[in-house]
Design a protein around this ligand. Structure first.
Ligand SMILES: Nc1nc2c(c(=O)[nH]1)N[C@@H](CN(C=O)c1ccc(C(=O)N[C@@H](CCC(=O)O)C(=O)O)cc1)CN2
Length: 305
C-alpha cells in the first residue's frame, strides 16, 4: 500500500496529506539543489488577518527549506489598491523573483481581481491570472500554472486511486462548490483525467442525491461538516478541501474558548462509509503550500529556458 494511505480503524482509509506534501517538498528541494540560479518567491501580505499571517509564515519557511530566495512584503491594512499594484509591478520587473503570491483575502476596498490581473502570468504561482485560468480551461495544463489547492487535491486523488486500484478515467466525480480558486479548476483537472464531472453548488436540487452518485467526491463549500455520511456512496474517494474553525471544548492556556478545525465533511460519519478520505487538518491543506513551491520551481525553470 502507498505510504500516504493509512488505516483509520474504521471502514475508510485515511489519505495522509502531510506525508504527500513532504514528498513533494523533498522533490522540489532536490531539483532546486541542481539549478544554477535559485528560484525566487515573493509573498505579499496586506493587513493583519491572523490565519493569513500563519499561512504566509509557513510559505516563507517552506521556500527557505526548498533552497529558494524568499522575500515577504508585509503591508498595512490601510494600503491602497494603487500602492499594492505598484508593488506587484516592481516584483514583475525583478529578475530574481520567479513567483509572486498575494495572500487572500485582501482587505475591503481592494479589488482582488484587479490586483491578481497585474501579476505577470509567468510569475503567477497561484494560477489565478486569467491567462493561466484560460490555459487550464483549454486543457493546456502543461503550459499553465495551476492553482495550488486543486493541484494538490488532484495529486492526492491520483495517488489514492492508484493505491486503491481505481480508475479516474470514466469515474463519476462530483465537486460541491464552484469557486474560482478551487471548484472550477478542480473540475478542469478531473476532466483532463477523463472523469465525468458534475459541479454542484448551493442552488443544486437534491444535493445529497447528487453527491451520492460520486465515485470521487470533492467538498469545497466552506461550510463546516455540511456533507454527512449518508451523502456518500459506499467506497467513494472523498477529498475534503474545507478548513473551518469552529468552537471547541473548554478554555485554552490564555483563558480563551478553545477552537478546532473541521472540514466540509462530517469525518466520523464519512469514515463508516467512504473507501478513502482526506482528514482535516492534515489532508489537502499541507498540499497547498507544497504545490506553491512546485509551481515556483516550474516558473523559475521556464524563466531559465
Ligand atoms: N493567495 C492565496 N491565498 C489563499 C490561498 C491560496 O492558495 N493562495 N489558500 C488559502 C489559505 N492557504 C494558503 O494560502 C492555506 C490554508 C491551509 C493550509 C494548511 O496547511 N492547513 C492545515 C491546518 C492549519 C491550521 O492549523 O490552521 C491543514 O489543513 O492541515 C495551508 C495553506 C486562503 N488564501
Amino acid at each position: 500500500m502507498s505510504e500516504i494511505i493509512k488505516p483509520s480503524g474504521k471502514k475508510a482509509l485515511l489519505i495522509d496529506g502531510k506525508a504527500a506534501s513532504a514528498a513533494v517538498l523533498a522533490r522540489v528541494a532536490a531539483e532546486t539543489a541542481n539549478l544554477a540560479h535559485k528560484p525566487g518567491l515573493a509573498v505579499v501580505l496586506v493587513g493583519e488577518d491572523p490565519a493569513s499571517q500563519v499561512y504566509v509564515k509557513s510559505k516563507g519557511k517552506a521556500a527557505k527549506e526548498c533552497g529558494f530566495h524568499s522575500v515577504q512584503h508585509d503591508l498595512p491594512a490601510t494600503t491602497t489598491q494603487a500602492q499594492l499594484i505598484a508593488l506587484v509591478e516592481s516584483l514583475n520587473a525583478d529578475p530574481a523573483i520567479h513567483g509572486i503570491l498575494v495572500q487572500l483575502p485582501l482587505p475591503k476596498g481592494i479589488d482582488s481581481s484587479k490586483v491578481l490581473e497585474t501579476i505577470a502570468p509567468e510569475k503567477d504561482v497561484d494560477g489565478f491570472h486569467p491567462v493561466n485560468v484560460g490555459l487550464l480551461s483549454a486543457g493546456l495544463t502543461e503550459r499553465a500554472l495551476v492553482p495550488c489547492t486543486p493541484a494538490g487535491a488532484m495529486l492526492l486523488i491520483q495517488q489514492a486511486a492508484k493505491a486503491l486500484g481505481r480508475d479516474i478515467s470514466g469515474a463519476e466525480a462530483v465537486i460541491v462548490g464552484r469557486s474560482n480558486i478551487v471548484g472550477k479548476p478542480m473540475a478542469q483537472l478531473l476532466l483532463a483525467q477523463n472523469a465525468t464531472v458534475t459541479v454542484a453548488h448551493s442552488r443544486t436540487k437534491d444535493l445529497p442525491a447528487v453527491a451520492r452518485r460520486a465515485d470521487i467526491l470533492v467538498a469545497a463549500v466552506g461550510r463546516p461538516e455540511m456533507i454527512r455520511g449518508d451523502w456518500i456512496k459506499p467506497g467513494a474517494l472523498v477529498i475534503d478541501v474545507g478548513i473551518n474553525r469552529v468552537p471547541g471544548e473548554g478554555l485554552n492556556a490564555q483563558g480563551q474558548p478553545k477552537t478546532r478545525l473541521v472540514g466540509d465533511v462530517a469525518l466520523q460519519e464519512a469514515l463508516d462509509v467512504a473507501g478513502a478520505i482526506t482528514p482535516v487538518p492534515g489532508g489537502v491543506g499541507p498540499m497547498t503550500i507544497a504545490l506553491l513551491m512546485s509551481n515556483t520551481l516550474q516558473a523559475a525553470k521556464r524563466a531559465a529556458l
